[in-house]
Ligand binder design. Structure first.
Ligand code: ADP
Ligand code: MG
Length: 690
């Protein structure tokens, strides 16, 4: 293969401002497209693919953010075919690597991988082929075809000196054409998926100062991007996709896909109600379609799969997928799903990495916050903690183990829907009480990784009934407005326009109602302060009941005061509350509204939470937050006369359609509330059922 002439403008910086990788035609443009069609069978570039290829051909350092399924692989695979030498690809998961290699070999491109499990003979063979490539001026007489791609996990770079010195030889011979870092956000501790071995990739720039780097990711909030540039020692991003500046070139494609329709649906309070609602939804809208129902725990995947099958009288053919399912069964399920024998897969987030089924028409999220710790069910995890007396340090070590990789909810899981570009639905079933469950999960992660704000971000999304989902995603996941505008050039209007087809865009104004809820907020905060003073513990559901005068008006407290309970669980005592005295009466809101308000107060820091672990579960209790006093220092009369900080919440009006359709019933809700957050004793029962 002959090398191509350099970029059209030989002095890049000389024509400042005039060239853009996204729009310009380059010397290699024709050949790029020809190879794309001929080798990969792809007719047209998507999103920012062409821009990335151009910048790559021009030898630039690049950061490229594209949604899952957007086609990031092509951005390095295609230029690699036009350039001489090897492209080194660093990727976190062996399964992803295997996929890519099979894919490339199918197209007749020579790709290899090197990891811990690669046999000695195989490694030796690869090394000698690479050494031959490094030593030869021309390719005549080489054993085997030229290796174009070498995939490794980051450990290889960090741990294998012989491998890096081999790469140095290649680089010195001008035969290392590019280093690609897939899932590059893993380098940052501020992101979701921090991997310590990725941090060590900082030596790449030191070892190979002249080899361009391409960092790929689907999720990279601004602070992560900044961290990524520093860690990989890339120059700052100067001017987006301009071909003229000296820094790192930055590409980002919209992180939402037009064909995905996002909805947050109210979640019935009983488990059977949720199954009924989902069954009805699937039969009404996707009777013959393929879909995924993501669940929070392994146990949920099984009960939901069984529930959907039974409730639909066998019309919905379901399958189960989670980390404990046997490999052979998994492979079988994949196959049956691809064939359409199984229509709906109920899965934990373990399902989906690397699957490539185009016609997934719907993704339902059974519970908010599908952030389980991959490979470890949270309950098993807790059992280990307790039974084996595992210390926090052990937990920390476990969390740093490469097999534990967490993913972000909306970005990644929903990304499995509609890869073929046709309309697909992504529905999150949410009820405020899920907040506590979510908190418990993330609490575990906080112990191990130390990040915050995730629950808040998720909850804010779930209870927002006004702002366009696309804009919410854009704000959370993508760059600051100015950067993404310069990156996108013409897409400015796009970036700030409502999508028009999510639940919030489609909701008529009369379906919403903005209310001043300072008084009930004041009441809730007063009650929670009193409970705290008496060393009581209440869950969100219990608090919502208490303030409304439901559920007997009393709460449990651990006798013996703060912290030091009397041995196992301490003695519990029921304490009655005089709502009239504490809060000037009952809260005059429905249960659902009260819970939403509590979530809101939690988000605004007026309420906080405390965690207590038992043998089998983590219980989350609601406490007064740092901002509580800003409200409760006023008297009830002050609040009623409009003094002090005001709190407003936009509620959905209890319409004929919304609430009823989903079969909500307040009565089961009350029962559920006391059941949902079990004490240790109930947890034991649950364990037996597993
Ligand atoms: P990502 O790494 O961004 O998640 P992949 O690179 O795995 O995505 O690509 C996802 C799928 O999209 C693959 O099946 C790929 O062949 C396909 N694809 C990539 N680019 C294009 C394109 N321009 N047109 C059509 N299909 C494409
Ligand atoms: Mg990829």
């Amino acid at each position: 293969s002959k090398s191509l002439a350099p970029a059209k403008p030989s002095g890049k910086a000389s024509q400042a401002g005039s060239l853009n990788y996204m729009t310009e035609f380059f010397e290699w443009s024709g050949e790029l497209k020809a190879r794309m069609r001929e080798v990969f069978g792809i007719q047209k570039f998507r999103l920012c693919q062409e821009g990335v290829c151009n910048a790559s051909m021009d030898g630039r350092d690049i950061v490229c953010i594209m949604p899952t399924g957007g086609g990031k692989s092509l951005t390095y695979q295609l230029p690699a075919l036009l350039n001489p030498g090897l492209t080194l690809v660093i990727s976190p998961l062996i399964s992803l690597i295997t996929d890519q290699i099979l894919h490339l070999r199918e197209f007749g491109v020579e790709a290899v991988m090197l990891m811990g499990s690669t046999s000695k003979e195989e490694s030796r063979d690869i090394y000698s082929r690479l050494a031959a490539a490094a030593n030869s001026k021309n390719r005549n007489g080489l054993a085997g075809p030229e290796i174009k791609f070498c995939y490794v996990t980051p450990e290889k770079i960090a741990a294998s000196k012989s491998f890096t010195s081999m790469l140095e030889k290649l680089a010195n011979a001008g035969k290392l054409s590019r280093i690609v870092i897939d899932e590059a956000h893993c380098v940052s501790q501020l992101g979701h998926d921090f991997r310590p071995d990725y941090k060590k990739l900082s030596i790449l720039r030191q070892l190979f100062p002249r080899v361009p780097i391409l960092a790929l990711s689907a999720t990279c909030p601004p602070k992560v991007l900044k961290d990524l540039l520093t860690t990989l020692r890339l120059k700052p991003i100067v001017n987006g996709t301009a071909a003229t500046a000296d820094g790192t070139v930055y590409f980002s494609a919209p992180l939402y896909r037009k064909n995905l329709h996002y909805t947050v649906a109210p979640k019935p309070s009983s488990a059977s109600g949720v199954i009924k609602a989902m069954t009805k939804y699937i039969l009404d809208h996707h009777r013959n379609d393929s879909g995924i129902v993501y669940c929070m725990s392994k146990k949920d995947t099984e009960t939901v799969a069984q529930g959907l099958a039974e409730e639909s009288g066998g019309k919905i053919r379901t399958g189960v997928y989670h980390a404990d399912v046997h490999d052979r069964t998994k492979a079988e399920l994949h196959e049956r799903w691809r064939r359409g024998d199984v229509k709906v897969v109920c899965a934990t987030i373990a399902f989906g990495l690397g699957i490539d089924k185009g016609d997934v028409r719907f993704v339902l999220h059974h519970s908010v916050g599908l952030r389980c710790i991959k490979g470890i069910d949270i309950n098993i995890f807790l059992r280990c903690l307790n039974l084996w007396k595992v210390t926090i340090r052990h937990v920390y070590r476990a969390a740093n183990h490469p097999s534990i990789l967490t993913r972000s909810l909306l970005n990644q899981e929903s990304g499995r829907a509609g890869r073929d570009g046709n309309d697909s639905d992504c529905i999150l079933y949410f009820r405020p009480q899920d907040a506590s469950r979510l908190s418990a999960l993330v609490f575990m992660k906080k112990l191990t990784c130390g990040f915050d704000h995730e629950v808040q971000d998720m909850l804010r999304f779930a209870i927002d009934v006004e702002e366009c989902r696309k804009l919410q995603f854009a704000r959370y996941f993508s760059m600051s407005a100015s950067l993404s505008m310069s990156a996108w050039g013409t897409a400015e209007t796009d970036a700030h326009a409502r999508c028009g087809h999510c639940d919030n865009c489609k909701r008529p104004p009369e379906a919403m109602e903005r209310r001043d809820v300072t008084l009930p907020a004041w009441q809730i905060l007063r009650v929670s302060q009193v409970i705290e003073r008496m060393s009581g513990r209440v869950t969100m559901g219990m608090l919502a009941d208490l303030v409304r005068g439901a559920g007997g008006g009393s709460f449990g407290a651990v006798v013996g005061g703060r912290g030091r309970g009397k041995g196992k669980g301490g003695a519990k005592e029921k304490i009655g509350l005089d709502l009239d005295e504490i809060a000037g009466g009952k809260v005059q809101l429905g249960k659902e509204e009260t819970e939403i308000l509590i979530v809101q107060l939690f988000l605004s820091g007026h309420l906080g939470e405390s965690f207590h672990s038992t043998a089998y579960s983590i219980n989350v209790y609601v406490t007064p937050g740092p901002g509580a006093l800003r409200i409760t220092r006023y008297s009830k009369e002050d609040v009623e006369s409009g003094r002090g900080q005001r709190i407003q919440v936009t509620f959905l009006r209890k319409g004929k359609d919304a609430a009823k359709k989903n079969g909500r019933s307040t009565k089961t809700g009350d029962e559920e509330a006391s059941r949902a957050y079990s004490s240790g004793a109930k947890g034991k029962k649950r364990k037996r059922g597993e």
